[in-house]
Design a protein around this ligand. Structure first.
Ligand code: ADP
Ligand code: ZN
Ligand code: ZN
Length: 737
């Protein structure tokens, strides 16, 4: 009998898959793609995934090594998932081992049985816990525990821990703390505990016309691939549309996959899904432990979880009977992985939908220009929810900062408006996307400034810690008391961060309760949830924050939103700066108000006549997107061209550029229809002590770019083995540094 050859993805950084001989005693009928197998690799034994049986191969069977053992009797990966992973590794030109490592749970890759364990215990609230909930004082200092207890109240017969994940960020620790206080207790699971009946369902809403039309459009296409762009301002009822579509899919006995941004996977969102959907739900996000992740993965694969909600890598979640893919906040940059395997989860969701023949719904208040372009090209169908449910959007006003006296970055009109809203006992939110006290410490005597030793960047001054911190490499040291150059003690903090804003506002509004939300103020586990719960409860009247505060959360009592500094984004180095700024402005604006109190948005800028900003403010996002696309077309930029970026870094600048120059020489004879731009230093050339340079590739036709990459990337790998240079390829980069 001819020997069977198996093509296997192994965990290694090498760019190819490997061929092995099937074990001599194995039954050929038992071999199927998706099985895990143990193979010799160098001097090690490792676990790989069988991709193909008897592939077309040039290798002489005599030169192949034999598989040690076949681990599974049933494939752990479906043909569909294998097809997606194979597509992704070719498109992104990335080694299969790293693609599989990103996409699959670590325990699966380590050979753990791919079977759901016996159900873990259920938890329920005790009478003592109910008393604690009823006595407001008992939980005032523990809003996270309150949140979880509140949730448990809905399940008098107990609920499995799997179903509680994501209700708060650190479910296990919170349960433990509650258990210590005897406010919750574990009980024996009844059968398959993840199938507990969901709580009583909230009343279904009467859809408005736009919602009904959007739902009907997608519902008519549930049996085939079609991408829909659901564009609607925050509060226009997009989530409601998702929920109805998911219900339609569940009614057909299919599963739905919902991708949300890193920061968008909030307890509020999950609570709403759990409350509305009659079927078990699995949550996949980066905060899960290995075991939790594998369990959620298996629940999805076995079709027990009918709805899977997750962040970026959940695009690779296995689905037994997929029926619909949804990407919420599709413009969010957290869908793009920025290191290692640099895939874009939204783009892969579209590919997956195509491979599966199911619809894909991309939702956003501020769609990516790429998606708007796909609507213009009639690739995607546009569904619009033009209005906030039962209300209007907050009007946006521009505050011209030119020649205005500023109090630590705040103009008089803004301060007066804050005062007026606070006087009416309304909440005010101020947005500043820069943490720390000031972005630089500066000597008034000689001009010295706090440069980072390892980066072409300044160190941010943090007042409370009295330290200088580099936000790029993490280096930090005590803030200088005197200038290291001239000894002067006239050191000044220039510019504004959230910490400084807090100081100013505490001084201006001394009797107002204030909360700051940024990475520094939420470092402790659970502190973000605690601060947010406090805001929802109406405690603080003034909210200050970075984009941590801008995404995912609703603050219905906020009636004034101030964007302290819009200029950061208007003239950034990256051509996407204005798109990001527009998205951020509307995202922050969307936090404010509710139907009866729509609120106002004020934008401070020194560039009140910036053309795109004016269009955004006066005509809204669709007009902004159209104008920005016109600029992109004229400038010959994505989405009218397609890009890939070859990045290189080394301890010496010359090593990185030499690598890129050699890459350029290899590229020139192959680059048919592809423009080669560079090599050039990265916008921040030195970072963490390494010099960075890049070569940009650009083509009018995507096929030209990929035909070129198929030829060029293998050459780069084989011809350049300067181990001092670290390099990576970024296909469809979203940031050019
Ligand atoms: P989005 O996802 O676009 O921000 P949501 O779906 O969260 O919007 O809707 C905003 C608010 O309006 C929610 O509180 C939701 O319950 C409510 N809502 C949505 N659709 C309707 C409707 N048809 N009738 C009444 N309230 C609705
Ligand atoms: Zn000095
Ligand atoms: Zn640094």
């Amino acid at each position: 009998m001819p020997e069977l050859i198996l093509r296997v993805a192994v965990p290694s950084p090498l760019p190819q898959t490997f061929d092995y001989l099937a074990p001599p005693d194995c039954d050929p009928a038992a071999l199927r793609p998706g099985l895990r197998i143990r193979v010799p690799f160098g001097r090690r034994r490792i676990i790989g995934f069988l991709l193909e049986i008897n592939p077309r191969t040039e290798r002489n069977p005599d030169s192949l090594r034999s598989v040690d053992a076949i681990i599974d009797t049933e494939p752990v990966l479906s043909p569909e998932l294998i097809a997606l992973l194979e597509w992704a590794r070719h498109y992104y030109h990335h080694p299969p081992g790293e693609v599989f490592a990103t996409a699959l749970p670590v325990l699966l890759r380590q050979g753990e049985p791919a079977l759901l364990p016996v159900p873990t215990p259920c938890w329920r609230i005790t009478p003592a816990g109910q008393n604690a909930l009823a006595a407001p004082a008992a939980l005032r200092r523990a809003p996270v525990q309150r949140l979880l207890l509140d949730h448990l109240l809905q399940y008098p017969d107990g609920i499995a821990i799997e179903s509680l994940l994501g209700v708060v960020r650190n479910t296990a620790a919170t349960l433990h703390a509650l258990h210590e206080k005897t406010w919750v207790e574990p009980i024996a699971p009844a059968g398959e505990s993840w199938l507990d009946p969901p709580p009583a369902r909230g009343p279904s809403l009467i859809l408005n016309e736009a919602q009904a039309a959007a739902i009907a459009a997608v519902a008519a296409e549930l049996e085939r691939f079609q991408v829909f762009l659901l564009e609607g301002v925050t509060g226009s009822g997009k989530t409601e549309v998702y929920l109805h579509l998911i219900e339609a899919v569940l009614a057909r006995d299919r599963q739905a996959l919902v991708l949300v941004p890193e920061i968008g996977l909030t307890p509020q969102l999950l609570a709403r899904f759990r409350e509305r959907l009659p079927e078990p739900l699995a949550v996949l996000h980066s905060g899960l432990g290995d075991r939790e992740r594998l369990n959620a993965w298996l629940l999805a694969r076995d079709g027990i979880a009918r709805v899977v909600v997750g962040t970026r890598s959940a695009v690779f979640a296995p689905l037994q009977r997929p029926g619909l893919l949804i990407v919420d906040e599709e413009h969010d940059t957290s869908f793009k992985q920025q290191e290692g395997f640099r895939y874009h989860a939204r783009d892969l969701a579209v590919i997956r939908g195509q491979q599966l023949g199911v619809p894909v719904v991309l939702g956003s208040a501020t769609p990516a220009l790429e998606s708007c372009h796909n609507v213009q090209r009639r690739r995607y169908r546009l569904l619009r929810l033009p209005e906030r449910v039962g209300g209007t959007e907050p009007p946006i006003e521009i505050l011209d900062l030119r020649r205005q006296p500023l109090t630590e970055g705040l103009s008089q009109p803004l301060l007066e408006r804050i005062q007026a809203h606070l006087a009416r006992d309304e909440q005010v939110l101020l947005f500043l996307n820069r943490r720390g006290f000031a972005p630089v410490l500066f000597c008034h005597e000689c001009g010295w400034s706090s440069q980072c030793r390892h980066c072409d960047a300044r160190m941010t001054f943090h007042l409370r810690q009295r330290r200088l911190l580099c936000h790029h490499c993490g280096d930090n040291r005590p803030a200088d008391a005197a200038c290291p150059l001239c000894g002067s003690i006239d050191l000044r903090a220039l510019g504004h961060g959230t910490e400084r804003l807090e100081t100013v506002l505490r001084r201006e509004f001394p009797s107002t309760a204030l909360t700051r939300i940024d990475r520094d103020s939420t470092r402790r586990r659970g502190s973000l949830e605690a601060l947010l719960a406090d805001i929802q409860a109406g405690g603080p009247r003034l909210l200050i924050g970075t984009q941590m505060l801008a995404k995912g959360h609703h603050f219905p009592a906020v009636t004034l939103v101030g964007i302290v500094d819009a200029d950061q984004g208007l003239y950034g180095v990256d051509f996407r700066a204005s798109e990001r700024m527009a998205q951020l402005i509307l995202q922050v604006a969307g936090r404010a108000g509710r139907a009866d109190k729509p609120g106002t948005v004020l934008i401070q800028t020194h560039h009140p006549n910036h053309p795109l900003l004016k269009i955004l403010v006066s005509q809204g996002y669709p007009a902004f997107a159209a104008a920005a696309l016109t600029e992109r077309r004229a400038a010959w930029l994505p989405p009218f061209t397609h890009q890939a970026l070859l990045r290189a870094e080394a301890v010496a600048a010359e090593q990185a550029t030499a690598f890129l120059r050699a890459g350029l020489a290899l590229a020139e004879p192959l680059a048919d229809g592809v423009e080669l731009l560079g090599p050039a230093p990265a916008p921040m050339e030195r970072r963490a002590g390494r010099y960075r340079a890049q070569l940009l590739l650009q083509a009018a036709q995507r096929q030209d770019l990929h035909r070129f990459l198929d030829l060029w990337v293998p050459l780069l790998r084989t011809q350049h083995r300067d181990h001092r240079v670290r390099w990576s390829l970024d296909v469809d980069p979203i940031e050019l540094y």
